[in-house]
Design a protein around this ligand. Structure first.
Ligand SMILES: *Cc1c(COP(=O)(O)O)cnc(C)c1O
Length: 372
């Protein structure tokens, strides 16, 4: 089998990022749940989080958590996609914690937990306006919390959580965080005890932390993206934040092989219909241009804007499922068939590349003395 396309995972760089973000959080009295879903749940990444001081390993998929445990992760495991009714029995076997937003699901969970005589901790989600998961009304959140606390023996409330910047692109402002801390206090007074976990969001909630606006009550963040992307996760997190520049954006790098180099017209020739994905893109006529074709495609990385070429003058101009076209007219280096081009990766490219069976994963790790 060929060596390419290849995804290189640099665990030194990854752990550097994890240690940095965990230390920022710890300094603010916040513990970190290491979220591994963006790497399709690579167990080695979960082990990195454990080594770097995360207190939970979290994913949106049970298979990934199960694999992490099988590969030696000792930390408590947390399911962070609100579970399906149909996976509750499995979830109880695999996880110690889960996020919840439906009373019906909590009731079914209690039944399952009774059956297998095992406790399970839940974090009730509050939707502060981002409009994905969570109780929309504080009153319902409080009522459900009170019911679970007083009526259930096996399902235990660990705390409350919220999620921002996923669907509604709502920012974790000081006001939102304070509103959320207020929710925590409302739940605490309803159940008559302090909550173990007040989980104030994901990577994007580092913004109020950097701004020193995070309410003291918030004691957990669920962190994925920034550990993998570093300063490259520019859109939501590090925008304008000098702090993040000390992190690495090279923990995950793609290498793809050149299979054709030719001078071609930049505008397609003939009557135009639709492309490989049924779209009608606009093409700019820039005359004849030198271009290279790579043996990797959207089936592997998703969107061309999520892979960033590392040679100056190389521009990704298009891709179909299994081919990627780069313009190299302005590139000073000579690029020929058989060469390998490197790319930095944005979040969703990491997510897809780690799950593509076409892509070989090469992990380097001096700590464990492995070159897998
Ligand atoms: C994906 C996810 C996270 C982690 O988000 P990042 O932006 O990768 O840090 C946290 N919480 C929930 C509920 C998630 O689905």
């Amino acid at each position: 089998m060929s060596k390419y396309p290849l995804l290189r995972v640099d665990h030194e760089a990854l752990r550097g990022n994890m240690k940095q973000v965990i230390s920022w959080c710890n300094d603010a009295g916040i513990e970190v749940a290491g979220v591994i879903k963006a790497t399709t749940g690579m167990a080695s990444v979960a082990l990195d989080y454990e080594y770097c001081g995360a207190k939970w390993i979290a994913s949106s998929r049970l298979e990934q958590l199960q694999r992490a445990r099988a590969e030696g992760v000792k930390l408590p495991l947390m399911m962070i996609r609100v579970p399906m009714l149909s996976e509750l029995s499995e979830m109880i076997e695999i996880c110690d914690y889960s996020l919840q937003s439906e009373f019906a699901t909590l009731r079914a969970l209690e039944e399952e937990a009774v059956k297998v005589d095992r406790q399970h901790k839940v974090i009730l989600m509050a939707d502060l306006g981002d409009l994905r998961e969570g109780f929309f009304e504080l009153e319902e959140l409080v009522d459900v919390a009170k019911y679970v606390e007083t009526k259930f023996d096996f399902v235990k409330i660990a705390g409350i959580g919220t999620n921002l910047g996923c669907y509604g692109s709502v920012m974790p402002t000081k006001e939102k965080m304070e509103q959320f801390a207020g929710y925590a206090e409302a739940v605490e007074s309803a159940i008559g005890r302090k909550l173990e976990i007040i989980s104030g969001g994901a990577t994007s909630s580092l913004i109020p932390l950097f701004e020193k606006e995070m309410p003291k009550r918030i004691n957990m963040l669920r962190i994925g993206a920034i550990s993998f992307c570093g300063p490259q996760e520019d859109l939501r997190t590090s925008y304008g934040r000098a702090e993040v520049d000390i992190m690495s954006d090279e923990a995950f790098m793609l290498q793809a092989e050149v299979i054709e180099v030719k001078k071609k017209a930049s505008h397609p020739i003939g009557k135009l219909g639709v492309d490989a994905f049924g779209q009608k893109p606009k093409y700019k006529d820039r005359g004849m241009r030198q271009r290279a074709l790579l043996a990797i495609g959207r089936a592997d990385f998703g969107d061309i804007t999520d892979i960033v070429p590392q040679i100056e003058g190389v521009e990704v101009i298009g891709a179909s499922g299994d081919h990627t076209i780069v313009d190299i007219e302005d590139c000073k280096e000579v690029i020929k068939v058989g060469d390998v081009l490197k790319f930095k990766l944005k979040y969703s490219a990491i997510l897809r590349l780690t799950s593509s069976e076409n892509v070989k994963i090469h992990e380097t790790d001096r700590l464990y003395g492995i070159n897998i």
